[in-house]
Design a protein around this ligand. Structure first.
Ligand SMILES: *Cc1c(COP(=O)(O)O)cnc(C)c1O
Length: 353
């Protein structure tokens, strides 16, 4: 099927991965590209591996299974369900964990299969999403070390996801201190200190990244070129790796105010209108089942989005220089939420170019 489509520019994705890997490498940091926003589509994920990535990470085992033919270790980002213990051992190389019951179940399954599963212990440095609380981390690590079927290979943290807490020299410094306390207490060496996601990048430019942090798990910065602590563009990266494309099915000149008594729109909201007189409008064959409309930005800056229902996206093209015709394709840049929705919708054709 043709449209709507999510179009991926393979070379631009490769460039963004390479650019961020090089930036991180200068600070002794490995990048693990995160594939979840595009549902782990292997034809897309390959670009990051071609760029040199040594691992890939996703929050869902389903996506990790899709990428099984890409020959790099896979990291499971979301704390695994206990019920998935067997699938974790089977399909995942490294999982991020914070619950003893689940780790024990993974260990038992690994022993059964004659394997040792690698674990990164997640420590909550204040953002209040996943992770053991700092005060409990040392004792908790000891319980993992005592299990036969798992190996504790690192610690990690995740920030700016629930609480909006910004990674800093201070909170990541404490993560490193905890890692070193675990190492000396249990006589082990932790090969990974995973210092967060795209919100940790700002510390590199300020040279405030604590020395032993040696891994970042990067999603948004690779796919959209944004650092996410302050919401700034990362210079040197593309913001249009992904574009959303939809086809014009109706072109008419209509008033800007509806006629008749105004009730509710298709989503139960009461719409408001300003009178701009007669406007040239296009209906695109795409809607809320395909994308998050408020996260779309038309590539043609003279187009304004008027609204959308489930399957119709209405845009104002009055001010455009281009003479749009029926059957023409209108393209958009996407924000993170819109990209996630478009990648997830089964109605949106994924095109790698
Ligand atoms: C999604 C996710 C990431 C990547 O986050 P970005 O902000 O997209 O870089 C990293 N770590 C974990 C645990 C995640 O769930």
């Amino acid at each position: 099927m043709g449209y709507p489509a999510l179009i991926v520019n393979y070379e631009k994705l490769k460039h963004n991965t390479q650019f961020l890997m090089e930036k991180c490498r200068r600070h002794g940091i490995d990048v693990v590209p995160v594939t979840k926003v595009y549902c782990g589509v292997p034809e897309i994920a390959r670009a990051s591996v071609e760029a040199g990535a040594k691992m890939l990470a996703d929050s869902r085992i389903e996506n990790i299974i899709k990428m099984k033919d890409i020959p790099v270790p896979k990291v499971l980002l979301r704390i695994p369900m206990k019920s998935q213990a067997e699938a974790v051992v089977e399909h995942v190389d490294i999982s991020l964990n914070s619950e003893y019951d689940t780790i024990k179940a993974i260990s038992d399954k690994a022993v059964e299969k004659g394997k040792v599963h690698k674990i990164v212990l997640m420590i909550d440095m204040g953002d209040l999403r996943e992770g053991v609380w700092r005060a409990d981390a040392l004792a908790f690590a000891g319980k993992i070390v005592a299990l036969e079927g798992v190996k504790l290979i690192g610690v990690g943290t995740n920030l700016t996801c629930y609480g909006g807490v910004i990674p800093s020299k201070d909170n990541l410094g404490k993560l490193v201190e905890l890692a070193e306390a675990i190492e000396s207490q249990y006589g082990i060496r932790l090969e990974i200190i995973s210092g967060g996601n795209s919100s940790s990048i700002h510390l590199l430019d300020k040279s405030e990244m604590p020395k032993r942090v040696n891994q970042l798990r990067l999603g948004e910065s690779i796919v959209l070129g944004n650092e996410t602590a302050y919401g700034e563009r990362i210079e040197g990266t593309y913001d249009d790796v992904f574009t959303f494309a939809a086809e014009i099915v109706e072109l008419k000149e209509k008033p800007s105010i509806p006629e008749g008594e105004i009730g509710m729109d298709a989503f139960g909201e009461k719409p408001v209108f300003t009178d701009k007189g007669l406007r040239r409008r296009a209906i695109l064959a795409a809607g809320r089942q395909d994308a998050k409309v408020d996260g779309l930005t038309p590539t043609d800056e003279r187009i304004a989005i008027l609204g959308a229902s489930s399957d119709h996206l209405i845009v104002d093209i009055t001010d455009c220089d281009t003479e749009y015709r029926i059957g023409d394709i209108i393209t958009f840049k996407l924000g993170y939420g819109a990209l996630l929705a478009a990648a997830t919708s089964e109605y949106v054709n994924k095109i790698v170019e």
